[in-house]
Design a protein around this ligand. Structure first.
Ligand SMILES: Nc1ncnc2c1ncn2[C@@H]1O[C@H](COP(=O)(O)OP(=O)(O)OP(=O)(O)O)[C@@H](O)[C@H]1O
Length: 279
């Protein structure tokens, strides 16, 4: 857990220093406009979010509301037009090894084997070979791809490629894992398996995750909390904590509690669609 010292006033006019849980990620009044002054598209405006260490936070919202824009700014791949985004109180102004990324499109190096892909960042960091091998072994085990360690990406299915991409990102021990629709291109069966694996990985490894998805069911299944973005001009419309059991299995999706969250989020998103219809 990331802690911060804070001075707190007490009733008897004294001030004591306490340790408080501090946000890992703070996005404050973020704005991003694309284009020239004459023809500007405001992708996001007035977006403020806070994410604690070890949280799994999904961001959902209508298409084009700026989810990827927000994630790209968190990744340091895009620059905000206004406001700030920080990780551990450090301003994000470029990509960094403290943030791992997994995208929808497979971003593995096709000329490297599975184990070489996972090892890639470790080599750059100068991690000794023995230690790097141990880390690779551990992640191959977690993603259940040990028999495929010498395979090349073209020999893997879409789901397997995404498992390698997740392992590669986590092997570098990032402070934060940023995921943009990582299972969006997978068939429903594989997607469901990946959601379960992702949840299991999170339960063991406890990375702080920011997860973009269109899929409400996926967001509810994976997350500890969900931010709902509104349509343009896009801001944060709702912040929904998910109080479902810590250990989750696919059968959770059939429970009343799960369906309750699904309905609530669907209603929030439909509200937006109706208002688009009125515009
Ligand atoms: N490089 C760019 N240049 C101009 N406009 C852009 C650029 N990137 C995004 N936009 C615009 O910003 C808005 C938000 O786009 P963004 O991709 O962040 O939305 P999104 O919520 O991730 O969409 P989707 O769910 O469809 O992937 C859109 O109107 C998009 O057209």
């Amino acid at each position: 857990m990331f802690w911060k010292k804070k001075n707190v006033a007490r009733g008897n006019n004294t001030v004591i220093e306490v340790r408080v849980a501090s946000s890992k990620i703070v996005v404050d009044n973020l704005r991003k406009a694309y284009g020239s002054k004459e023809k500007q598209t405001t992708a996001i405006d007035n977006v403020s979010i806070e994410i604690l260490d070890n949280e799994f936070v999904s961001i959902v919202g209508p298409s084009g509301c700026g989810k990827s824009t927000l994630l790209r700014i968190l990744a340091g791949l895009d620059e905000a037009t206004g406001g700030t985004a920080t990780v551990d109180d450090t301003l994000i102004d470029r990509p960094g090894a403290d943030r791992g990324m997994v995208f929808q499109s497979y971003t593995l190096f096709p000329w490297l084997t599975v184990e070489e892909n996972i090892q890639f960042g470790l080599k750059i960091k100068g991690i000794p070979k023995k230690q790097a091998n141990e880390i690779v072994d551990r992640y191959l085990d977690i993603i259940k791809l040990k028999p495929f360690r010498k395979s090349y990406p073209k020999e893997l299915s879409g789901g397997m490629k995404q498992r390698v991409a997740i392992a590669r990102a986590l092997a570098n021990s990032p402070k934060v894992l940023l995921m943009d629709e990582p299972f969006g291109a997978l068939d429903s069966q594989t997607k469901s398996e990946m959601q379960l694996l992702m949840r299991q990985i999170w339960q063991v490894e406890k990375p702080t995750v920011v997860f973009i998805t269109h899929d409400i069911e996926e967001a509810v299944f994976l997350s500890t909390r969900i931010y709902v973005m509104s349509g343009r001009p896009s801001g944060i419309k709702a912040n929904i904590p998910i109080y479902l059991p810590y250990r989750r299995s696919i059968s959770l999706k059939e429970t009343m509690e799960f369906m309750g969250y699904r309905h609530k989020l669907t209603a929030l998103l439909q509200e937006k669609e109706e208002s688009i219809g009125l515009e």
